[in-house]
Design a protein around this ligand. Structure first.
Ligand code: PEP
Ligand code: MN
Length: 335
């Protein structure tokens, strides 16, 4: 349920509603909107008596929320959520490109790629230090050494960092080093991890599970918001289908549906969606055309030697071409 406060509601009257809800055993989350505050009433078993909240000073109206997800829903918040990372704002109608290798391999590799992607127009640097690999025999990432290299990249390039967290055990150290926490497709329904991410002050990129419906994905995001972290960026990264011509199938229409259902920014990962280098630029343009708020793209200067996902990594010159074309499409659709 949503308690909508009047435009000029006082802090004290907002707090009075929060306290009353909590006294009744609910969780109350104030949601600042464009011109007024609303309070989401959560974890109620059975229906809440709306008349009870209407009695409070400065309460304008009480609206039932019909969707199974509450805090992430446009029913509860009409305006786009703006997720800020340094000077960059996701969700403000612009398009932001995150780029870097699948995995951090060496300092030289990370810095070379970071300088190249920055020059081409990337605004955040990605790179895995803890890697979730299908095979236990594959390269598992440099772990803490990788995080230290990422810190060096930020220091040298001033690009904020996005890196994946795989479990609660390593959450604290990843959180300390990174600017944005990535939760991967294989962990989209790792509920302990989602709850822990909800306690973090860092923004979270939440990848869609490879077989998750939109509802399951939004419910996963709800865990993060429900635990106190409003800064979630959804990332469509391709789903499993019967297709054999590509690693996954990029579900572009989910970008439209996710943005309609939710106020959270939505970005697209064409690299994991396709697994094919030649598909990345066209898919990036298509994702831009449907209104994605950003892209996360794998880039490697020596993809043939990459320890992970070389076949789906752009060469730096291709990435440069990609950024130019994405910006053109973006200007065209916003014109
Ligand atoms: C990655 O970004 O390198 C990654 C492992 O992504 P996903 O979780 O989408 O497979
Ligand atoms: Mn990868």
């Amino acid at each position: 349920m949503l308690v909508v406060m009047k435009k000029d509601a006082t802090e004290a009257n907002i707090q009075a509603v929060v306290d009353a809800a909590e006294k009744r055993g609910y969780v109350a989350r104030p949601i600042p909107g464009g011109d007024r505050v609303s309070i989401g009433i959560l974890y109620n078993k059975g229906s809440v008596d709306s008349g009870y909240f209407l009695e409070f000073d400065d309460v304008k109206e009480v609206i039932p929320v019909t969707k199974p997800y509450k805090l992430v829903s446009r029913e509860i918040k009409k305006e786009n959520t703006l997720v800020k990372v340094g000077d960059i704002t996701f969700g403000d109608e612009s398009i932001h490109i995150i780029a870097g290798p699948c995995a951090i391999e060496t300092e030289e590799q990370a810095l070379t790629i970071a300088h190249a992607v920055k020059k081409a127009g990337a605004v955040l640097f990605r790179g895995g230090a803890f890697k979730p690999r299908t095979s236990p025999y594959s390269f598992q990432g440099l772990e803490v050494e990788g995080l230290k290299i990422l810190a060096k990249v930020r220091e040298e390039t001033s690009l904020p960092i996005v890196t994946e967290v795989m479990d609660c055990e390593t959450f604290k150290i990843v959180e300390e080093y990174t600017d944005v926490i990535q939760i991967g497709t294989r962990n989209m329904q790792n509920f302990s991890l989602l709850k822990r991410a909800g306690k973090s002050k860092k923004p979270v990129v939440l990848k869609r599970g490879m077989s998750a419906t939109l509802q399951e994905w939004l419910m996963a995001a709800e865990y993060i918001l429900g635990n106190g972290n409003p800064n979630v960026i959804l990332c469509e990264r391709g789903i499993r289908t019967f297709a054999k011509h590509s690693r996954n199938t990029l579900d572009l229409s989910v970008v439209l549906s996710a943005k309609k259902e939710s106020h959270l920014p939505v970005i697209v990962d064409p690299s994991h969606a396709s697994g094919v280098r030649d598909h990345i630029i066209p898919l990036s343009l298509a994702a831009t055309a449907v209104g994605a708020d950003g892209l996360i793209i794998e880039v490697h200067h020596k993809p043939k030697e990459a320890l992970c996902d070389g076949a789906q990594s752009l060469y730096p010159n291709q990435f440069e071409e990609c950024v130019k074309k994405v910006n053109k499409i973006h200007s065209f659709i916003k014109a």
